[in-house]
Design a protein around this ligand. Structure first.
Ligand SMILES: *Cc1c(COP(=O)(O)O)cnc(C)c1O
Length: 395
């Protein structure tokens, strides 16, 4: 891990748009983070838990059936095989270790699909800390199993009306009222130092991938493809390849029911710069600049803002951003299950869907899909859609 966190901004994005009391707490967090990243014991503890508890390194798997059908070499970075079933645990363990090092007794967090909530509750249980999770009603209904999992792990669930944005609002409110707790943010969003910090804990994905693909193909890939909600699994994969100009980095956003319907969460594709939750980024907003309502079949992608570094990458063309509809994601969910025996999360299915389109257009290419999570959590919901014969209208 590098030991410097040098600026609060990525070009015009990021920063700290917060009240002075909160700025003080964030600046302290920034100092504590820098100290921890230089501390060999902290690094050793993190590495050990990544290996023995999470099960890293996660495999880089050549999906041979899919590759044969599509005429390209398609690799899956298997973050779905991590303990708790997604990439989120890389970050929650890092931050929970930091919270412990800072002497905190309690962590609080927001969650969308429940994956970050489960990963946070898991880290809190492991390190013996109290844990409060804020979750929107829409997501809590859709992801009942994750609510039960979090409770089993000893967390208290606070359900608020709405979805991920409202869950962040509520968690931030609680934090401002009691800043003695540790706010464990789930993606590369929020005010500085969160986007830097979450990238630090997720970049292990790209570091492993780079070594694995060089060993397997003796070359770098043509494409890296990852879904983008806040952008942490994509940033975790891309980061180790930023100097490699020939490796195309593609983030995939949810087009929901279609970009023209207004029911989507394609922030980088259709948003405009604005401020949400204390930082500047591309933002889906109404005429008044307030965050617009968003929709995706994948709760984990359902956020009107996006990471400041992705916003910067879009402007500087260091990465490209594509979109995939609910329907296309659902087809990819089923295809990967049938072809490879791997049920992907609906979030990750967006990356799979775009990779399929890309493979057909570029025969012979080598691509890596970040399979950010497993789809067990989505099976009941997808079954319900099939029974109803159409997609539920959830917002
Ligand atoms: C939370 C989640 C995402 C979206 O978050 P990012 O920060 O954009 O990675 C994607 N996939 C899965 C499986 C998730 O749980």
């Amino acid at each position: 891990m590098p030991t410097t966190v040098s600026s609060t901004k990525f070009g015009a994005y990021g920063g700290q748009y917060v009240p002075p009391e909160l700025k003080k707490v964030l600046d302290n967090l920034d100092r504590e983070l820098k100290l921890a990243l230089k501390d060999s014991k902290f690094k050793k503890d993190y590495k050990k838990l990544m290996a023995d508890y999470v099960g890293r390194p996660s495999p880089l798997y050549l999906a041979e059936n899919l590759s044969k059908d599509l005429g390209a070499s398609i690799y899956l970075k298997r973050e779905d095989l991590n303990h708790t079933g997604s990439h989120k645990i890389n970050n929650t363990i890092g931050q929970a270790l930091l919270a412990k090092r800072m002497g905190k007794k309690k962590v609080i967090a927001e969650t969308g699909a429940g994956q970050h909530g489960v990963a946070t509750a898991t880290a809190a249980a492991l390190l013996g800390m109290e844990c409060d999770i804020y979750m929107g009603q829409i997501d809590a209904d859709k992801q009942r199993m994750n609510v039960h999992r979090m409770q089993l792990l000893g967390a208290r669930i606070i359900v608020v009306s709405g979805s991920l944005k409202e869950a962040v609002d509520a968690a931030l409110d609680a934090y401002v009222k009691d800043m003695s707790v540790y706010y464990l943010l789930g993606s590369v969003v929020g005010p500085h130092p969160y986007p830097f910090m979450v990238r630090e804990f997720q970049k292990i994905i790209g570091e492993e991938t780079r070594a694995q693909i060089l060993e397997k193909e003796n070359r770098l890939p043509d494409y890296l493809i990852a879904c983008v909600g806040g952008g942490s699994n994509a940033m975790g994969l891309f980061n180790a390849f930023m100097q490699d100009k020939n490796v195309k980095k593609i983030g995939v956003e949810p087009a929901g029911l279609g970009l023209s319907t207004g029911k989507h969460a394609a922030t980088l594709t259709l948003g405009k710069p604005g401020i949400i939750h204390g930082f500047r980024c591309y933002l889906l907003q109404d005429e008044k600049g307030n965050p617009a309502p968003v929709h995706s079949i994948a709760s984990g992608l359902d956020y009107p803002g996006v990471g400041p570094e992705h916003s910067f990458f879009k402007d500087t063309l260091q990465a490209e951003y594509a979109t995939v509809t609910d329907k296309e994601a659902l087809s990819a969910f089923k295809l990967l299950s049938e072809k490879e025996g791997i049920i992907p999360a609906l979030e990750s299915s967006h990356a799979v869907a775009h990779a399929i389109t890309l493979a057909k257009a570029h025969p012979g290419c080598v691509m890596i899909i970040n399979l950010s999570g497993r789809g067990d959590k989505d099976v009941e919901y997808v079954l319900g859609l099939d029974k109803n014969g159409e997609e539920d209208e959830t917002d």
